[in-house]
Design a protein around this ligand. Structure first.
Ligand code: G6P
Length: 479
């Protein structure tokens, strides 16, 4: 059979993301297969893509392996190869040791290396060139996230017939922080290749508009940038969400219900179970949260028989220095807390350094009483929304950082400043002691929010805005 080349695909809707939406699975007999990744993005886009000849361009996750174009669940998957050196410089380096900390309020110190930038440009160019080959005439292209911010302009140079959208899943920093970046102008110009640039929050869109005016010198008005060639770029907020119905269904399933009961039994049926679920990332505030919880026990507000904390921290970007350091520090802190406060069969914290399938996550959401989501900065935080979706009985408490995007929608959570340990302790204790009526009122309101804006709404809103024709702007508005 002839090898399928990108030019044969002719997709009407092309999605680009650093990762393909599938994971490789190896069966017991050694055969290999692909399974759709749990992410909400792909579940929202799968129906639209299957109906519109969709293609998804991304990195398959293995470094060296060459891999051909293939079909999965009605979507054409176009793998992009990345070399070991590019993995280190584009992915671990520029994406995750430069942009990630810079865009998250400098929670860690970003590193600026010119070789990393060169690799970022090279990989972005490869994505753009592949999209240029794969897209049908006049197709819609949707570029995802901080790893691919140069793709919109690189692609527009190759294919001016396309509608190009970009969505940033992580925060977009204020001008004062962004301006540290030696390549600030190039990145802004990269994004300006899009017709529509989406952010989680309107504050982020405003940061972008202001930077474009300051650093690139284009005229702007409200959410619109006016380019000298008559093109306009709109920047606005599209807060992402989850597949709410799918989580509700999962939470209601007998398997998940039974597993949730089992988890409570295994933990010795304490009065209250606290839960944290995060990638092991320094933006998530896991360390400070563990300290706050342990101090509540230490101060005598409850005992390890009355309350326990389950913290899932899934391994992430493990070879990046700051992540290694975080893992060591967290290991040490949890060991210290359990050594100090635990009793036989009763650790203060059950710390799980692993990733679990979605059904196990749902069982944890169902089993636990107080979900604690306290990042120092987070684009949205979907775990907070997943917890709310799984609380079918409208009970349970959510302790949520003001600095997570989700806090703009989930106003009824117990909101905290994650830098304020005493404040966090007070809110965790308030959640512990809360009257069930109060919790019910809060949870009902939050469940309404998550039911009204699910990920399908999000994708529709973005794609509708992207594909609605927009006239070129008048000459008199040009700078
Ligand atoms: C965040 C980013 C995503 C990224 C994910 C997992 O949610 O916004 O783009 O895919 O983290 O990180 P990883 O580096 O493993 O892809």
């Amino acid at each position: 059979r002839r090898r399928r080349s990108p030019g044969d695909v002719r997709a009407e809707l092309v999605v680009l993301a650093n990762r393909l939406p599938v994971d490789r699975v190896v069966h017991a007999d050694g055969s290999e297969d692909w399974r759709r990744s749990p992410g909400g993005l792909v579940s929202a886009l799968a129906p639209v893509m299957a109906a519109n000849r969709g293609a998804w361009i991304g990195w398959p996750g293995d470094v060296m392996e060459e891999c051909e174009i293939f079909e999965h669940d009605g979507i054409t998957l176009v793998p992009i190869g990345i070399s070991q050196q590019e993995y280190e410089e584009y992915y671990e380096g520029f994406s995750n040791a430069t942009l990630w900390p810079l865009y998250h309020d400098l929670v860690a110190k970003p590193e600026f290396h010119r070789e990393w930038w060169d690799a970022y440009v090279a990989v972005n160019r490869r994505f753009a060139e592949t999209a240029a080959e794969v897209a049908a005439e006049g197709a819609t292209v949707w570029v995802q996230d901080y790893q691919l911010q140069l793709v919109p302009s690189l692609l527009r140079e190759l294919r001016s017939d396309l509608r190009i959208g970009f969505f940033l899943h992580i925060p977009f920093p204020p001008a004062e922080l962004f301006s540290q970046l030696p390549w600030r102008r190039e990145l802004l110009e990269g994004l300006l290749g899009a017709d529509l640039v989406g952010f989680q929050l309107s504050g982020a869109a405003q940061n972008f508009i202001r930077l474009v005016r300051q650093r690139v010198g284009h005229k702007t008005h409200r959410d619109t940038v006016y380019l000298p060639d008559g093109r306009t770029v709109v920047a606005k907020a599209f807060p992402i969400s989850i597949d709410t119905a799918q989580f509700e269904k999962l939470a209601a399933s007998p398997g998940v219900q039974a597993r949730a009961k089992q988890i409570r039994d295994d933990l010795g049926n304490p009065r209250r179970i606290f839960l944290g679920i995060d990638r092991l990332d320094y933006t998530k505030g896991i360390y400070a949260r563990m300290r706050a919880f342990s101090e509540l026990i230490h101060d005598g507000h409850f005992s390890v028989e009355e309350a326990t904390f389950v913290q899932v921290a899934s391994p992430s970007r493990e070879r990046v220095d700051q992540y290694r350091k975080l893992r060591d520090e967290t290991d040490r802190l949890v060991g210290h807390i359990n050594g100090d406060l635990g009793r036989i069969g009763r650790p203060a914290i059950s710390y799980l350094n692993a990733s679990f399938p979605q059904s196990e996550m749902a069982a944890l959401f169902v089993a636990c009483d107080i979900m604690v989501v306290t990042p120092f900065r987070d684009g949205m935080n979907l775990v907070a929304k997943e917890y709310v979706a799984c609380r079918l009985h409208e009970d349970g408490a959510l302790v949520l950082s003001e600095f997570a995007g989700a806090a703009e929608e989930l106003r009824q959570a117990f909101l905290v400043n994650p830098y304020d340990i005493n404040g966090m302790k007070a809110q965790m204790l308030a959640a512990y002691r809360a009257d069930p009526k109060d919790l019910g009122r809060r949870m009902r309101a939050m469940r309404r929010t998550v039911a009204e804006n699910d990920v399908a709404n999000w994708a529709n809103a973005f794609l509708t805005e992207l594909t609605t024709p927009r006239p070129a702007h008048d000459k008199h508005l040009r700078p």
